[in-house]
Design a protein. Structure first.
Length: 150
């Protein structure tokens, strides 16, 4: 899989949405087990994101090297929003279109600099993917060393 070697930025010109709001619960007719389906606004955002990811020539790149992703979510209203839910939705979009291989901590080491803002005229998501040298952190201290640290 390719490595992210230099910063890449692109914009998704669609109103950002949270994946967790308005999820729908359906029941499998055969097994009678419930399952969750993403909301209609999230599905629309997922579909709207595709041409912008293709235009940025990132579709199917499947990066698996450590990176920081900075996402600036410009929403169209002053309603209270949860940044973590927007980040989660964007991460799932990037994995779905194989921009990144996975959104685990050893690939997406951080979301530093991500934030929300209001732009009633031009809602969008601005994305900056920056390569970094380190992989996700792994605790390798012994119990004694941990006690000494604290």
């Amino acid at each position: 899989m390719p490595e992210l070697k230099e910063p890449i930025s692109f914009t998704i010109d669609a109103h950002p949405v949270s994946k967790k709001n308005s999820q729908q619960i359906f029941q499998n007719p055969k097994t009678k087990r419930p399952f969750i389906v993403p909301s209609k606004p999230y599905k629309a955002y997922l579909k709207a994101a595709e041409p912008f990811i293709r235009e940025a020539r990132q579709f199917g790149r499947d990066y698996d090297s450590p990176m920081n992703i900075t996402a600036k979510f410009f929403v169209g209203s002053a309603r209270r929003c949860d940044l973590a839910n927007f980040i989660n939705a964007l991460a799932d979009v990037l994995v779905f279109y194989k921009v990144i291989h996975d959104d685990s901590y050893d690939i997406v080491v951080g979301w530093d600099g991500s934030r929300m803002a209001i732009d009633r005229v031009y809602p969008r998501t601005e994305i900056l993917m920056t390569p970094i040298e380190e992989r996700g952190y792994q605790l390798s201290l012994t119990e004694e060393q941990l006690q000494e640290e604290w």
